[in-house]
Design a protein around this ligand. Structure first.
Ligand code: G
Ligand code: G
Ligand code: MN
Ligand code: NA
Length: 258
């Protein structure tokens, strides 16, 4: 219990001293390899313990009152980074931002998104908010109207980690989604496990029939990308294309490719 209290205090300090930073992971066109977008992933630059991935702290962060503020700060940083990438590449690069439940519960998400888009000049269609099942299974009457308002702005809504949970097809229909993200647990064995291959094919068919884009996560080897391409999956993300990295590194790569 003391350890939990200590972590909470440390998270509060981390927020105040701006130790939370944003890494970006590439998302690519599986046919051409071109960069189409990035996902913003939170990191904690801890003064003693070094760079920490969310696994070490995100569950606790979600239970603290600062979660929504941290989320809003990630959103703003991500949109600024996306603008820099857009300028460097000379075309739209989409940015995916993971939402905390607290951002939707507080009720000011739509206003925050509008403000950040106005401040950064990022076109709304370049922003995609990622929601997980934890959010889908929360209070629908609170959440769906906010997601509709975001869609009306032109912002995309992706269902993250799709296939791992209990969300039903009727829930899928009620939510104003634009994209499904196939969870990496299905992609990792897609070339060896017939069940995983069947699930991936089913999600691609579902996306196609509901008019949703589909992106596969966790692509690590070319054989996985081959399978996905052969089954008309257009977009992918994973270590094969790049680990989460600072925006400066990604901007440097864009220079090299020019
Ligand atoms: O980067 P990594 O694979 O360690 O991320 C682990 C988990 O943390 C992922 O499930 C991801 O969705 C979540 N996560 C990463 N960054 C954010 C963020 O900014 N906000 C929220 N809500 N979740 C995040
Ligand atoms: O939001 P989500 O939970 O989907 O976050 C993606 C997580 O997956 C991040 O923590 C990221 O570091 C991780 N990740 C991204 N690509 C790969 C990959 O190719 N392999 C593995 N094992 N993890 C990945
Ligand atoms: Mn995600
Ligand atoms: Na995911």
């Amino acid at each position: 219990l003391e350890a939990v209290q200590e972590l909470r205090t440390a998270l509060q300090v981390a927020h105040e001293e701006e130790q939370f930073i944003v890494f970006l992971q590439p998302q690519v066109d599986l046919e051409t390899g071109a960069l189409t977008g990035v996902e913003a992933l939170l990191r904690w630059q801890h003064p003693e313990r070094g760079l920490l991935a969310p696994g070490a702290f995100i569950a606790e962060l979600e239970n603290t009152p600062i979660a929504a503020d941290v989320g809003n700060r990630v959103l703003a940083q991500a949109c600024r980074d996306a603008m820099r990438l857009r300028q460097r590449h000379g075309r739209d690069i989409r940015i995916g931002v993971n939402l905390f439940t607290a951002q939707l519960r507080r009720g000011d998400l739509v206003a925050s998104v509008e403000r950040v888009l106005a401040e950064t000049d990022l076109p709304a269609h370049c922003l995609e908010l990622e929601i997980t099942e934890t959010i889908i299974l929360d209070d629908e009457e609170l959440i769906i109207p906010q997601l509709r308002a975001l869609r009306a702005l032109g912002v995309g809504i992706a269902f993250d980690d799709y296939g791992t949970g209990w969300a039903s097809l009727s829930q899928l229909k009620r939510y104003p989604l634009t994209r499904l993200k196939i969870d990496r647990s299905f992609v990792s064995d897609v070339t060896e496990d017939e069940d995983d291959a069947a699930i991936v094919r089913a999600v691609l068919a579902l996306g196609s029939s509901l008019g949703l884009d589909v992106i596969a996560e966790g692509i690590e080897i070319p054989a996985q990308a081959d399978f996905l391409r052969e089954h008309q999956c257009l977009t992918g993300q994973g270590y094969l294309y790049g680990r989460p990295m600072p925006v400066e590194v990604l901007l440097g790569k864009a220079m090299q490719n020019e």
